[in-house]
Design a protein around this ligand. Structure first.
Ligand SMILES: Nc1ncnc2c1ncn2[C@@H]1O[C@H](COP(=O)(O)OP(=O)(O)OP(=O)(O)O)[C@@H](O)[C@H]1O
Ligand SMILES: [Mg+2]
Length: 256
């Protein structure tokens, strides 16, 4: 199973959700790979600490390879590293993705990530792809590569606007490249159930027929603390309310 976490709006919780769901998946016994397509490298830092910037093995190296002639000889698993967490791998990001983007676009390499991840599935059970806050070459590559799309939403008017634009982008991707891409669901993050506005916004999405997960993720400083500790919640604070919420979300996703 290949999942992409996508929202072109910044700061809605993409990297936090990718790393926490992937960590739960690994903890439950599945070999799991995170693919970090965001040059900011937040998922890489969350799972590897500061080391990620020194990492020679990364996703930019893979894309660079697609521009040459020897791609057939390379194994996508060679561009992944094992994290300190059992069964959890990452293909880390790199700032070089910024410089590579126009070259990859010019050479029409939009299907290369899909090919790599299909090959990687021989060695891992599931894949979570983190994307940058933009609808660009890397995001489109990820939407084409994935089976399912998860959309974080943070109950804000700007996010609501972004959501409808995003749905249009996904619909276009399905029409032009990948008719089987499924929208798995909208993940409500930083939810405050006692406030009127977030409750109403979530209800409006449901009334519009959008697939909103029942499990929601609250807002808590423990998220920032776990980022600082480079340790996903299931390892950092396994019994914390947020860890249990992420586990409930994981279970809901996998019961569908
Ligand atoms: N449930 C939460 N509770 C508290 N803070 C949160 C929560 N989820 C995310 N945050 C905070 O919101 C900020 C953005 O989170 P994150 O980096 O995961 O979002 P993103 O969508 O990946 O951002 P970007 O678009 O920049 O890649 C971070 O500072 C993070 O600590
Ligand atoms: Mg991010």
């Amino acid at each position: 199973m290949k999942r992409v976490i996508f929202n072109q709006k910044g700061g809605v919780g993409k990297s936090t959700i990718v790393c926490n769901l992937a960590a739960i998946s690994a903890e439950r016994g599945l070999t799991t790979a995170v693919i970090d397509l965001d040059p900011q490298g937040n998922s890489s830092q969350y799972l590897m600490g500061e080391d990620w910037q020194q990492q020679e093995t990364n996703v930019a190296r893979y894309f660079e390879k697609t521009l040459g002639f020897k791609l057939a000889e390379s194994d996508p698993a060679d561009f992944c590293v094992e994290t300190q967490f059992e069964r959890l791998w990452i293909m880390p990001s790199s700032m070089e993705l910024n410089d590579l983007q126009s070259k990859l676009e010019a050479k029409h390499k939009i299907y290369k990530l899909r090919d790599a991840l299909d090959q990687l599935l021989d060695q891992v059970d599931c894949i979570y792809i983190d994307t940058p806050p933009a609808f660009n070459f890397y995001t489109l590559s990820a939407l084409i590569a994935a089976d399912r799309c998860l959309i974080p939403f943070d109950c804000d008017e700007f996010s609501r606007k972004a959501l409808y634009q995003l749905m249009g982008n996904v619909a276009e991707t399905r029409e032009d490249h990948h008719p089987d891409l499924a929208i798995e669901g909208i993940i409500v993050n930083q939810y405050q159930p006692r406030s009127n506005l977030p409750r109403r916004m979530v209800q409006d999405l449901k009334d519009d027929g959008l697939p909103v997960f029942e499990s929601t993720i609250s807002s808590s400083v423990v998220v920032k603390e776990s980022h600082e500790a480079s340790s996903p919640l299931i390892h950092y604070r396994p019994t914390h309310k947020l860890s249990l919420e992420f586990e409930a979300l994981y279970d809901e996703m996998n019961s569908q």
